[in-house]
Design a binder for this molecule. Sequence first.
Ligand code: ADP
Ligand code: ADP
Ligand code: ZN
Length: 215
Amino acid sequence: MNLILLGPPGAGKGTQAQRLVERFRIVQISTGDMLRAAVKAGTALGTQAKAIMEAGELVPDELMVALIAERIEAPDCANGFILDGFPRTVAQAAALDEMLAERGLVLDRVVAIEVDEEALIERIVGRFSCADCGAGYHERFNLPATEGVCDQCGSTNFTRRADDNRETMIARLAAYREQTAPIIPHYEAGGRFARVDGGGDIDAITADVVAALER
Ligand code: ADP
Ligand code: ADP
Ligand code: ZN
């Protein structure tokens, strides 16, 4: 099963993707995580992306398309993948169509998670994650069961993203509205598209996403 999770920053794409990975035995492909790893490793891509990400703008399409084209070739994608954070522009969506067609792959579903902007900002400023396994948390809405200990791996090291502040988030929301939201009609027209209300609690949203996948 090959999916796209669409939605603005903070919609819950990463949170839901982690659950779908376990349930369907498919891999999560988060372009944001891939870029942050590149920045940390100091690769050529990371060097180009760092300032752009800190400004809340989008990394150039050609870099992102090349990154995804290579990633979906990896053997762990054979059972399916969840794209989280890609495509983010009309050009990326068109390039994805082409690369899937070339490889004889289909998109089984495109799920758009919808949340209003005030709630998104609150989610982003309170977001943190496990520094060892990447599990995502929120200081008010999604704390580990034992304070200070990761549910998934038991680590006590947590981290916050440099771009998870109100100012950068405003720029990221503008980028979403102007450059990413216009790809929705592209997928609506193709069918296999579902909208899910991302405003409820995490388990209820997972149930809605799974229902949309099985419909
Ligand atoms: P995205 O990957 O779309 O940017 P995340 O999955 O990282 O979003 O979620 C953003 C923040 O909101 C995280 O701190 C996460 O724990 C929290 N969160 C996710 N889903 C919900 C929800 N349904 N209600 C409240 N908080 C949520
Ligand atoms: P969020 O989970 O909050 O939506 P991401 O982790 O997906 O954010 O992305 C973080 C940053 O990485 C973006 O603000 C952007 O600068 C860059 N980025 C990630 N994916 C893409 C993409 N497909 N195209 C362009 N830039 C991207
Ligand atoms: Zn962990």
